[in-house]
Design a protein around this ligand. Structure first.
Ligand SMILES: Cc1cc2nc3c(=O)[nH]c(=O)nc-3n(C[C@H](O)[C@H](O)[C@H](O)COP(=O)(O)O)c2cc1C
Length: 253
């Protein structure tokens, strides 16, 4: 399928810029048809500059600043799944990243839900230090959070599990996430078996191997793309031993 992007208003926050000159090569936006080779990959570059980010723009509290950016991302039709974030953990000394969905944010931190027997859960049990990245490319923004993950209360997991659609409840129960599966049929048979046991409309109990994690942040960086790669990077870090206050530093791009 040929996808050609057209943008009515390229100056609006969220609208990508058209092709940039990359050493004489013009980047085509109908990328579905582009040949992929070193030259075409190298020519893929956009010039940033939809907005700037100054110290004066920032909320005093990084969680408030994050909520402002998440709200803007969620209203931007170019951003798919504004609450998707890349969670990185360490397994056997090697970093592993994967996407998860943010399901709550508060002054305590950032919450997501998953399987407590998964690879990421194993990693967190061994080393609770994690990072979260929100890649809001259409807005030329990213947020990088470093923090420590801990399980949320069983009550919070129960409440969120009960609020999920029935199919997701059955699916989460059926999946021994991250373990090897001999075939797709095995998984679908498990799903069908559980769907029969807990028909739609009945209460599906939360499996004890499924629940939430809260990531308590120690640093939160807000990145805004600027012209000539002179991006803005403003990072909040915990500034006192009580870990209640934040200090903001500007970083080289
Ligand atoms: C957009 C997106 C959102 C996802 N959200 C979640 C989620 O909230 N929880 C989850 O366990 N997996 C989620 N996944 C699947 C994970 O990326 C991953 O495949 C799974 O959690 C197993 O990871 P692990 O084997 O490293 O533990 C999502 C994937 C994508 C692409």
């Amino acid at each position: 399928m040929r996808i050609v992007h057209t943008f009515a208003d390229e100056t609006k926050l969220g609208a990508p810029k058209r092709s940039q000159d990359a050493g004489g090569a013009k980047v085509k936006l109908d990328t579905a048809m582009s040949e992929i080779n070193r030259e075409t990959i190298r020519a893929m570059r956009l010039s940033y500059g939809q907005a700037g980010l100054t110290e004066a723009d920032l909320a005093r509290d990084p969680i408030e600043q994050f909520k402002k950016w998440l709200s803007e991302a969620s209203e931007n039709i170019m951003v798919v799944e504004a609450n998707a974030m890349v969670l990185s953990t360490i397994t056997d000394g090697a970093p592993v990243g994967r996407s998860v969905l943010l399901k709550d944010v508060s002054s305590d931190g950032f919450t997501f839900f998953t399987n407590y027997l998964s690879r990421k859960a194993d990693a967190i049990a061994n080393n609770p230090k994690v990072s979260l990245v929100f890649p809001w490319y259409p807005m030329e923004r990213q947020v990088i959070i470093i923090g420590t993950a801990e399980k949320v209360s069983t009550q919070e997991s129960d409440d969120y599990f009960a609020a999920r659609p029935w199919g997701s409840q059955i699916g989460a129960t059926a999946s021994a996430q991250s373990t090897e599966l001999d075939s797709r049929e095995t998984l679908e048979a498990k799903y069908a078996q559980l769907a029969e046991k807990y028909p739609e409309g009945s209460v599906v109990p939360r499996p004890e191997y499924w629940g939430g994690y809260l990531v308590r942040p120690v640093s939160i960086e807000f990145w805004q793309g600027r012209h000539s790669r002179l991006h803005d990077r403003l990072r909040y870090v915990r500034s006192d031993s009580q870990k209640t206050d934040w200090q903001v530093n500007r970083l080289n791009p």
